[in-house]
Design a protein around this ligand. Structure first.
Ligand SMILES: [Zn+2]
Length: 287
């Protein structure tokens, strides 16, 4: 039996809607224009996960590798700035989840960068997510296990060329969740940069009687305490949505002042996120 033209048309529409559904459910990560934030600090992330490149006289420090499929996009962003992928000497992460550390194996292979990870997340990274307290059994969250070259501890300093980054343990989201701070100089003025590691609770996070993470509430409390004390001029984080990347990037072209200098936005972010935590803790305590 021959298919009529109308049947062909129907099949075509069906095929289109199927492809559309698949695209929609996969929520594709889009590239984001790479740009200089301030001083020697650049944004090289995509529309979803944030990456930062710190450019020094001795090579570059990359913060986050993203998931493995996004690594070519990351490399592309760095090269668009006229910088060399092979100059990546040190790789750091915000947290041991796949969207921040899943591509680390590839970054190490291609650049030879030294991978430095906070002690609390080392086993997660080296097991490819298997020992994560929440996602350990979720195969969709696994990634390629990656050897850590240097174990970091709270307050450690990572130095390259004339730049120093400080690793602050801000645990809860993961056991080794790390907030990075550094100073940048722009037109003779010094700015304190804070790159928030992660403050949210993923769906299913147990705050009470969590056998896989007994001190989770103490860790979150420690995190709020640390983050509130950090001096912050330039507010950044592991996801662009934390600090309003889209909106600030759009303003950067028009405004005379740098929209990423946002100490009030940082404090407001902490107030809002801590409130979410308190509400959830209260709910789980009452159950
Ligand atoms: Zn995460």
């Amino acid at each position: 039996m021959r298919l009529t033209k109308f049947t062909h048309f129907l099949l075509f529409i069906l095929a289109l809607s199927y492809v559309g559904l698949v695209w929609a459910s996969a929520a594709p990560v889009k590239p984001f224009p790479p740009f200089r934030i301030a001083g020697n600090l650049y944004y090289v992330g995509n529309s979803y996960a944030a990456n930062y490149l710190v450019v020094t006289s001795q090579g570059n420090i990359l913060i986050n590798s993203n998931d493995k499929v996004s690594v070519p996009m990351l490399k592309d962003s760095i090269e668009k700035l006229g910088l060399k992928w092979s100059d990546t000497k040190i790789l750091l992460i915000s947290q041991g989840h796949s969207d921040h550390g899943g591509g680390s194996v590839l970054v190490k292979e291609q650049t030879g960068a030294r991978y430095m990870v906070m002690d609390g997340d080392v086993s997660v990274v080296e097991s490819g997510g298997k020992t994560d307290f929440l996602f350990g059994d979720d195969l969709a969250q696994r990634y390629e296990p990656t050897k850590v070259d240097h174990v970091l501890h709270d307050g450690d300093r990572v130095k390259l060329g004339n730049t120093v980054l400080v690793a602050h343990l801000t645990p809860g989201h993961t056991k080794g969740c790390t907030t990075w701070t550094m100073d940048v100089t722009e037109q003779g003025k010094k700015y304190h940069v804070v790159i928030v590691g992660g403050v949210s609770m993923n769906p299913g996070t147990k705050l009470i009687h969590n056998a896989a993470y007994p001190n989770i509430v103490q860790d979150y409390e420690h995190m709020w305490h640390v983050l509130k004390k950090l001096p912050c001029d330039i507010f950044l984080g592991a996801h662009g949505m934390y600090f309003g990347l889209d909106e600030k990037y759009a303003r950067m072209k028009k405004d005379a002042s740098n929209p990423f200098v946002d100490p009030d936005g940082y404090q407001q972010f902490l107030v809002a996120k801590e409130h979410e935590f308190r509400v959830e803790l209260d709910k789980q305590t009452k159950q």
